[in-house]
Design a protein around this ligand. Structure first.
Ligand SMILES: [Zn+2]
Length: 347
């Protein structure tokens, strides 16, 4: 029997975001506000972010994306006040988009000119998340600390130590991210082992580019037994079979980012979301990655999924609910999310 599907309002649908880089999630408007504040007191020589990143420009690829951060955004967001302001702004943006649970990730950065060491940076982010959560209690946020592929082992171990030290304040996991053209991930095995031993969860940027999809790299990462994988683009069939066999592994898939940055061949309908979302075992979670750069909020990612892969309403709701199983926020949080996400009637 043909039943007309009722329209889903993706903005009001309660959503879970598990792969969002804090700095990459800062909106252009927020960067502009920070810039204005600094410019007014002569504290920056940088150009207006609205000129550097014109609204509507999304064609950042792997060659232009990382320099945007290293040569611009990190120089603008470079003290406690701007970290706090931008973190609160990112939190509010996700809340306004109907996100009810958010895992942000960030690479601990020392800001010596502002008197912040890496621990001070993490403390500032957590304080801002706390303040934002008091304003908007519908959204619960947790923090993931990222190891950068360019890090030394000592730096990676420091990230794990920070994550461990701030565990009771909302840090739940470590991540490995950064320019996929750089680094040899096998260097980080002791850091990942230390994180797991400390009870931290592990999520890894996986096969994001051909350069980071060698057989050796993928085998190393799979041997770490990560709880979740991000992107999962350039994956050979044998590794796909391994992933499929790992029941309960989370796959953080980021459609707009992959399409706009030309990380996949073709457009949305060619995205590997189509290949993974029905596979039994792994749990697919649509995520934004860097909503500040690609300007596609999570509600829009769900809209794109429905549009390009023709998911029925019930399939959308089932997929959204499955995401609960792979959050790092603990059992109480899962319980809270179940009570929220199951309110959405599938009628
Ligand atoms: Zn990412």
């Amino acid at each position: 029997m043909m039943v007309r599907e009722s329209e889903l309002d993706f903005k009001s649908m309660p959503k879970i975001e598990l792969h969002a880089h804090l700095t990459g999630s800062i909106s252009r408007q927020c960067l502009h506000e920070i810039w204005q504040g600094k410019k007014a007191i002569g504290a920056t020589d940088l150009e207006d972010p609205l000129l550097i990143m014109p609204p509507g420009r999304h064609d950042y690829d792997l060659k232009t994306f990382f320099p945007l951060f290293s040569s611009y955004i990190y120089n603008l967001v470079n003290d406690a006040a701007s970290v706090e302001h931008s973190t609160k702004s990112v939190f509010r943006d996700f809340a306004q988009d109907g996100v009810v649970y958010l895992e942000l990730r960030t690479t601990p950065r020392a800001m010596p000119s502002a008197g912040l060491d890496k621990a001070g940076y993490v403390r500032t982010v957590l304080r801002a998340l706390d303040a934002a959560a008091r304003e908007t209690p519908t959204l619960h946020a947790r923090l993931i600390l990222s190891i950068d592929r360019r890090n030394t082992l000592a730096e990676a171990l420091e990230v794990v130590s920070l994550a461990t030290a701030f565990r009771d304040q909302g840090v739940v996991a470590i991540d490995l991210c950064g320019d996929p053209m750089k680094g040899d991930v096998s260097l980080f095995t002791p850091a990942v082992e230390k994180a797991r031993a400390a009870g931290l969860k592990v999520t890894i940027h996986f096969a994001e580019a051909e350069a980071s999809a060698s057989e050796a790299e993928l085998a190393t990462i799979m041997a770490w037994m990560p709880h979740r994988l991000g992107h999962v683009i350039h994956v050979p069939d044998a590794v796909k079979r391994q992933i499929s066999a790992r029941t309960g592994i989370g796959l953080e898939l980021c459609l707009s980012c992959n399409v706009h940055a030309k990380m996949i061949v073709g457009s949305f309908e060619a995205h590997h979301f189509g290949e993974w979302w029905r596979v039994e075992g792994p749990v697919v979670v649509p995520c934004t990655d860097d909503v500040g750069v690609f300007e596609s909020p999570l509600s829009n990612e769900w809209m794109l999924i429905q549009k390009h892969f023709q998911l029925r309403r019930e399939e959308v709701l089932t997929l959204a609910r499955k995401g609960i199983d792979v959050i790092f926020g603990g059992d109480d949080e899962k319980e809270r999310l179940r009570s929220i996400l199951w309110q959405e009637r599938a009628s």
